[in-house]
Design a protein around this ligand. Structure first.
Ligand SMILES: [Zn+2]
Length: 222
C-alpha cells in the first residue's frame, strides 16, 4: 500500500491537532522508510518480478526487520516512547496515537500484500493479496486517503486559497503517482525502487506540512 497509508495520518491529525502533520506522514511510512534504507544496505531483500502480483512487481521475499508483525510492534513501541519523552514530555495518549500511526502501516499492508509479511522473523507469512485486484486495490487506497482527508478538512479551516485547494490537489497528485506505480513500467532495480520511495515519503511529508500551515484547527490539545 502507498497513498492509502496517509488516510490514518490525516484522521489522527483531525483527532489530535497538536501532533504535527509531517510527523504523522513519516510515522505511517516509518517501516517503509526503514525498509528502503535496509534494501539499500543489502540487509532486507527484494527483486523485481513483473507479474508477481497484478499491480505490484516487487517480490518482497526478505523483510523481517521492517515488515514482520513482531518488528512493527517493536517499531511502534519505540515511536511511542520517543514521542512521549523526546525532546520534552508529552501526554501518553498523544504518544499512543503516534504509535498507532506506525502500526497502521502493517494492518493496511496486510490487506494488499501477497503472503510476504512475516508474523515474526522470516516465517508465517501473511497477506490478503488485494494487489491481485488492481481496481479494488486502487479504490481502497483512494477511499482511505480521501476518507482521512475529509476528517481533517472538517476539523480545520483554510486561512487562504492554498489551504483550501492544496490538500485535494495533493490527493489527486498522489493518485496519479499511485496509478503510475500500478500501471506504469516496473522500477529498474531494487535500489531505484527504494530511492524513489524515500524521496516520495519526504516530499509528501514536507508538502503536507506546508499545506497544514495554510489551515487552522479549532482546538489544540497537547
Ligand atoms: Zn510497507
Amino acid at each position: 500500500m502507498f497513498i492509502g497509508h496517509y488516510g490514518p495520518s490525516f484522521a489522527l491529525k483531525a483527532i489530535r491537532p497538536a501532533i504535527p502533520l509531517w510527523l504523522l506522514f513519516i510515522a505511517v511510512q516509518l517501516v517503509d522508510i526503514g525498509w528502503a534504507l535496509l534494501v539499500l544496505l543489502g540487509v532486507e531483500r527484494v527483486r523485481i518480478v513483473p507479474g508477481i502480483t497484478a499491480s505490484n512487481p516487487l517480490d518482497l521475499y526478505y523483510m523481517p526487520y521492517t515488515h514482520s508483525l513482531a518488528a512493527v510492534a517493536l517499531w511502534s513501541t519505540v515511536a511511542i516512547i520517543l514521542w512521549k519523552f523526546l525532546p520534552r514530555s508529552r501526554t501518553w495518549s498523544a504518544a499512543a496515537l503516534v504509535g498507532l500511526a506506525v502500526f497502521s502501516h502493517w494492518l493496511l499492508d496486510l490487506l494488499v500484500h501477497g503472503p510476504d509479511l512475516p508474523v515474526y522473523d522470516d516465517t508465517m507469512k501473511v497477506g490478503l493479496g488485494l494487489w491481485n485486484y488492481p481496481a479494488i486495490a486502487l479504490l481502497l487506497e483512494v477511499v482511505l486517503l480521501f476518507g482521512g482527508m475529509a476528517m481533517y478538512m472538517r476539523r480545520t479551516t483554510a486561512i487562504n486559497a492554498i489551504g483550501r485547494f492544496g490538500p485535494p490537489i495533493l490527493g489527486i497528485t498522489m493518485i496519479a503517482v499511485q496509478c503510475y506505480l500500478f500501471f506504469g513500467p516496473p522500477p529498474t532495480s531494487p535500489a531505484a525502487a527504494a530511492i524513489s520511495a524515500l524521496v516520495s515519503y519526504v516530499v509528501f511529508a514536507a508538502v503536507a506540512q506546508w499545506l497544514d500551515r495554510q489551515r487552522r484547527s479549532a482546538t489544540v490539545q497537547p
